[in-house]
Design a binder for this molecule. Structure first.
Ligand code: SF4
Length: 301
């Protein structure tokens, strides 16, 4: 099953616009998180792994070294540098500039993807990213929204509401920056219809990219304790495939899917077990899209 035949995936989008394969290389930059240190919240999101804040996962390599180390074995010759871990706009703008430009001046890097929280994106960071885009670099601002429901965001202790996301998207769009919105399927208290409502709200606000994730219960998170106590269930592979496929079918074709599922490794991953293997869920989603219609097929004029 070829998922790419049924969705407008990032690989396809980049190849069309750049004329060649472009791969994303993940960077672990020296950022932290304002939802833990009290700047924007305390305790962190309940799905987030505490171990990621004890320094064990911070890379000792520079950004350039991390990028160079990731290149061998890739089937592409040019790359996007992906600032993925923590809150990658949480620093003074001079420091942001230093880190982003170390990535952009590494050989064969054509752009950056910057992952962050919707409530931690100052205008100075947006201006910096817009400037890179004007210089011809590929730039994506990746916003972790997870849900459009404030009651869910409160329940998982995100520390922001949907209005913060809307406001940041508007400021980014006023600078012609592309947004990739991250959504989690299977959050506690949410039914499949809630994921569809969130998708609808996000499409109405406007975004250029989407990432779908199943809720991962990982060791060291507050959710791990709730899951062990039977307070929250883990989503099944079948339910995830159904919700993800329906969301894709309700997404306009011009929105680029950066990801439709995500994996985690045991023993960090506690549940659901199927999330430790990338391919079965991707095949399930591809099969559903092949049988019932691909991206945008459920939209009416
Ligand atoms: S998920 Fe992101 S925003 Fe939430 S606590 Fe972890 S690093 Fe911070």
């Amino acid at each position: 099953m070829h998922l790419d035949e049924h969705i407008n995936g990032l690989g396809r989008d980049l190849k069309l616009r750049h004329g060649e394969k472009i791969h994303k290389l993940t960077i672990n930059a020296p950022f932290t998180c304002p939802n833990r240190d009290g700047t924007l919240g305390r305790g962190g999101c309940t799905f987030c792994n505490n171990a990621s804040f004890n320094g064990k996962t911070t890379s000792t390599l520079s950004i350039r070294e991390q990028l160079e180390k990731s290149k061998p074995g890739m089937r592409a010759k040019r790359y996007l540098a992906y600032f993925q871990t923590y809150t990658n706009t949480y620093a003074e703008v001079k420091e942001l500039q230093r880190l982003y430009e170390e990535a952009l001046t590494t050989a064969d890097i054509v752009g950056i993807c910057v992952g962050t929280r919707p409530d931690c994106v100052p205008n100075a960071a947006l201006d910096l990213l817009a400037d890179y885009q004007q210089q011809g670099y590929e730039v994506w601002l990746e916003l972790g929204l997870q849900s459009s429901f404030d009651k869910t965001l409160d329940r998982i202790n995100r520390g922001h509401h949907f209005d913060a996301y809307v406001e940041t998207v508007q400021r980014a769009h006023s600078r012609n920056l592309k947004i990739c919105t991250h959504l989690i399927i299977g959050l506690p208290g949410e039914a499949p219809m809630d994921s569809m409502i969130t998708l609808d709200r996000v499409i109405k606000v406007g975004c250029e990219g989407l990432k779908l994730h199943p809720l991962h219960i990982v060791k060291g998170s507050q959710m791990a304790r709730q899951w062990k106590n039977g307070e929250i269930p883990a989503i099944s592979q079948q339910d995830y495939a159904e919700v993800a496929a329906e969301m894709i079918q309700h997404t306009p074709w011009d929105v680029v899917y950066h990801r439709v599922s995500a994996t985690a490794r045991k023993p960090t991953l506690l549940a659901p077990e199927w999330c430790d293997n990338r391919w079965p869920i991707l095949n399930d989603i591809a099969r559903k899209l092949a049988a019932e219609g691909g991206q945008g097929s459920a939209l009416t004029c």
